[in-house]
Every structure is written in structure tokens, then in C-alpha cells.
Design a protein around this ligand. Structure first.
Ligand code: SF4
Length: 234
């Protein structure tokens, strides 16, 4: 008996390749401009085809976006393993800014993969959900900063996310940790409840530990392993 192969589902079309020269020029100009101008640039150029991916360990990027693009869609990746304090904070920030918030979760049930295969766990709980959130978009905005970690030291303000074929905008790439703290203080922004309890960088509870005052804030992420990134940023 002969069998007929079923047609393969079509992959979603990739957006047209961005103009690399225009991106390089935008990166050059926005490097020394206020962070709000980078968000304005993305919003003006891509409108509803750009989203802001927020980790909700603070609300600096959201506060900046609220000033120039208040209806910009904000995406939160709910891995299923966030601290209860993070989920509480997300709700506080959603209400404060009347956020256009999309919460994206994993398509896998609860498991303990983080114990033995943290890269696979991040792939299922962060990378795949972000890919779904970015489907059909042309650009995304992240809160990456150069002084987060040596691996982020060359983060441009505007770049091409080659793997996804999207424009990526990092409005606070040039900010230091002190800049963030100063902005939070000056704007009297709500602080994540764990920030004052030694959590310098806040991710999923199984993979986040508090750090000492002199430690790199990200030292508490995947502490005791060689893993330093979840893979969302290449
Ligand atoms: S940070 Fe940990 S728990 Fe969260 S997705 Fe990655 S491995 Fe899983």
C-alpha cells in the first residue's frame, strides 16, 4: 500500500531583512542619546510590530517606555518558576502603568528539568515562549546593560538579532548599575520586594540566590554552575 506524505505545516514568514546600514546609523546616534529616544525610535519605526520583553526585576525600562510609548506591548515570560514576589510585583506594575501586558507561559508541564538540564529548561520555559511572543514582529526591546556581565559588555543600543531576524533595541545598554539605582530613586519607582533582601538579579527561584554587597549582582544566577545566561540574548 502506498502512502502519501502529508504536507508540512508552513513556517511563519520571516519579516524582511532590516536595512543594516540604517540600523548601524541608529546605533551610532542613539548611543549618546537618552534611553527614551531609543524607545521612541523603535516605536515610531515599528509601532505595534515591536514589543518590550520585561523581566520585572525592576520597572526602569517600563517607566521609560511609559513616557514615550504608553501603549507599547510588554511581554512577561512566566516560566512557572518565578518567585511569588515577582508575580506580585508584575501585578503592581501592570496596574500602576495600565500596561498592555502579555504573559506568555511554557507549553510543558511542571517538571524538575532545571536540576539536571538547565539549558533545556531555559529553552522550554524562556526561549520557546519568547519565540512565540515575537512571531510576526519586526523588533523587540530588552533591558540588557553592558555592565550586567562581561558577556554583555559589547551590547549595542540598536542591533540585528540575527538568530530571530529581528531588530533588537537595548535602550539602557549604556547605563551602569548606579544609573539604574539613581533613576529608581529619582523617579521614586516601586522596587521588587526581593531587591532589598540581597537578590541583585532576580530570575526563577530554583536558579537564583542572594549575593553579597560586593558581588556582581548576577553572581546569584545559576550559582555554583558554569551557566551565566538563559539564552534569550544569543
Ligand atoms: S532559570 Fe532555571 S528554572 Fe528558570 S527556566 Fe532557566 S533553568 Fe528553568
Amino acid at each position: 500500500m502506498s502512502t502519501t506524505a502529508l504536507p508540512q505545516p508552513l513556517a511563519p514568514p520571516r519579516p524582511p531583512t532590516p536595512d543594516l546600514e540604517a540600523l548601524a546609523e541608529a546605533a551610532r546616534v542613539l548611543e549618546s542619546r537618552p534611553a527614551t529616544e531609543a524607545i521612541e525610535w523603535a516605536w515610531g519605526r515599528y509601532g505595534p510590530d515591536v514589543v518590550l520583553a520585561a523581566s520585572f526585576q525592576d520597572c526602569v525600562l517600563i517607566d521609560l517606555a511609559a513616557q514615550v510609548a504608553p501603549t507599547l506591548e510588554v511581554v512577561f515570560l512566566d516560566t512557572g518558576y518565578h518567585f511569588a514576589e515577582t508575580l506580585w510585583y508584575v501585578e503592581q506594575i501592570r496596574r500602576r502603568y495600565d500596561l498592555h501586558l502579555t504573559v506568555v507561559g511554557p507549553e510543558v508541564p511542571a517538571d524538575d528539568r532545571w536540576l539536571t538540564d538547565p539549558d533545556g529548561c531555559c529553552a522550554a520555559r524562556k526561549i520557546a515562549p519568547l519565540a512565540r511572543a515575537l512571531t510576526g514582529r519586526r523588533a523587540w526591546i530588552s533591558g540588557l546593560r553592558r555592565d550586567d556581565a562581561p558577556s554583555r559588555a559589547a551590547t549595542p543600543v540598536v542591533t540585528l538579532d540575527v538568530a530571530r531576524g529581528l531588530v533588537k533595541v537595548n535602550p539602557i545598554a549604556t547605563w551602569s548599575h548606579a544609573d539604574v539605582e539613581g533613576y529608581v530613586r529619582d523617579r521614586d519607582l516601586p522596587v521588587h520586594p526581593l531587591a532589598d533582601r540581597g537578590y541583585g538579579s532576580i530570575g526563577c527561584w530554583p536558579c537564583t540566590r542572594p549575593v553579597g554587597p560586593d558581588d556582581n549582582p548576577r553572581a546569584g544566577r545559576w550559582a555554583g554552575t558554569t551557566k551565566t545566561e538563559c539564552g534569550l540574548h544569543g
